[in-house]
Ligand binder design. Structure first.
Ligand code: ATP
Ligand code: MG
Length: 361
């Protein structure tokens, strides 16, 4: 069995951290027989400058036919005009691949407790996943427009829409994911004031009763969740929520880990008849133009994205754990890139140095 993976480094530190992800994949191929074939795809600011679009049809087709996509980050100093980005950017790629579920694991590493924003009192032991609905909600609902009223003042409208099917498929993913973890789901909405929130709660409750009574389900209002994630994040295992709340709350949850450079993510679509599920794995961080080219970016988010790919796309759980444990061991051994808190006396390592420390473990 060969596993075909399209790797799209993109721009800025996306290029630097994906080079490290590639080294990890090559090591796994050599030592663990993972049989992953990497093909490179072009996307980003440089491609846009050369061709007028940031992503070619070939890249889109390659992403659709690959078993998984590893994505770095796009975005440069020059901003690509919004209509072009909408048509040919990351959003377009997600749409073409039918990705609707965004998974963001958050883990507090013992060795990094000093670097976390919450300090060890609340951070120690945190291990949760935020599952954000990605394809619908207020970011896509119609109508959306800005109009000028007779008074000369403007009025803007966005619309939040969710169908029962959209809620049910993300809720099912949450329950299935919880079964592989600690068996707990927190469903986050605002059912006390929003129609979509009421439907969300209804559908999640019904699915739970029908198919997932072995999983513990809690409903949490979004404002309460914002408070709880800071008060005691250890109480959460799988958190499932809509597109807008997921955007906000996954960023808030993310900082428990200490740095954007630590956080991997997965975006998943619907499995086809042969069971193949479209999937894109990427670090949560962007292209970070401020540190690009300096060789100091933290490659851990990219390397943990490889681990997520091994687990979710290929069922290679032991290999995924090997990578995750090596990351933890490298941190325990004192390896720190500059974005992680550097204690007096410890010299930060470079991007390549961090990968080396991980590979040695
Ligand atoms: P985007 O718009 O693509 O989400 P952003 O504006 O949120 O990007 P990022 O590129 O994610 O910004 O980076 C925010 C800051 O965090 C950067 O300026 C950089 O200093 C830091 N940062 C992000 N990722 C890393 C990393 N892997 N290693 C070290 N520092 C990082
Ligand atoms: Mg950002």
């Amino acid at each position: 069995m060969t596993r075909n993976v399209l790797i799209i480094p993109g721009d800025g530190i996306g290029i630097e951290v994906m080079a490290e992800a590639r080294r990890i994949v090559e090591w796994l191929n050599a030592h663990r027989g993972t049989a992953i074939t990497l093909t490179e795809g072009e996307m980003g600011t440089e491609v846009w400058r050369r061709t007028g679009v940031p992503m070619s049809d070939e890249t889109i087709e390659a992403a659709k036919s690959a078993d998984a996509v590893l994505f770095g980050a796009v975005g440069g100093d020059e901003i690509i005009p919004r209509p072009i980005r909408r048509a040919r950017g990351l959003l377009a790629l997600r749409r073409a691949m039918g990705l609707y579920a965004n998974l963001r694991p958050v883990k507090a590493y013992e060795a990094l407790l000093d670097a976390t924003s919450l300090k060890e009192r609340v951070a120690r032991g945190v291990d949760l996943v935020v599952l954000r609905e990605l394809s619908s909600g207020v970011y896509f609902g119609e109508p959306r427009f800005t109009e000028t009223l007779p008074s000369g003042k403007r009025r803007a409208v966005d619309t939040q829409v969710y169908t029962e099917e959209e809620i049910e498929r993300i809720a099912r993913d949450a329950f299935l994911l919880a079964r592989t973890r600690r068996g707990q789901v927190a469903s986050v909405e605002k059912s006390n004031v929003m129609e979509t929130g009421r439907l969300w709660r209804d559908v999640v409750t019904a699915l739970h009763a029908a198919e997932f009574q072995d999983v513990a389900l809690r409903h949490v209002l979004s404002d309460n969740f914002a408070m709880q994630i800071i008060r005691d994040p250890r109480q959460f295992d799988v958190v499932v929520t809509d597109n807008l709340f997921g955007d906000l709350l996954s960023d808030a949850s993310a900082m428990i880990a200490g740095s954007l450079g630590m956080l991997p993510s997965a975006s998943l679509g619907t499995a086809d008849a042969s069971g193949r599920r479209p999937a894109l794995y990427e670090p949560v961080h962007g292209s970070a133009p401020d540190i690009a080219g300096k060789g100091i970016a933290n490659p851990i988010a990219a390397i943990l994205s490889v681990a997520m790919m091994l687990r979710h796309s290929f069922g290679l759980t032991a290999d995924a754990e090997l990578v995750e444990k090596a990351v933890e061991a490298a941190l325990d051994g004192g390896a720190r890139t500059a974005d992680l808190y550097v204690q007096g006396g410890i010299q930060p390592v470079t991007t390549a140095g961090m990968t080396k420390a991980i590979m040695e473990k």
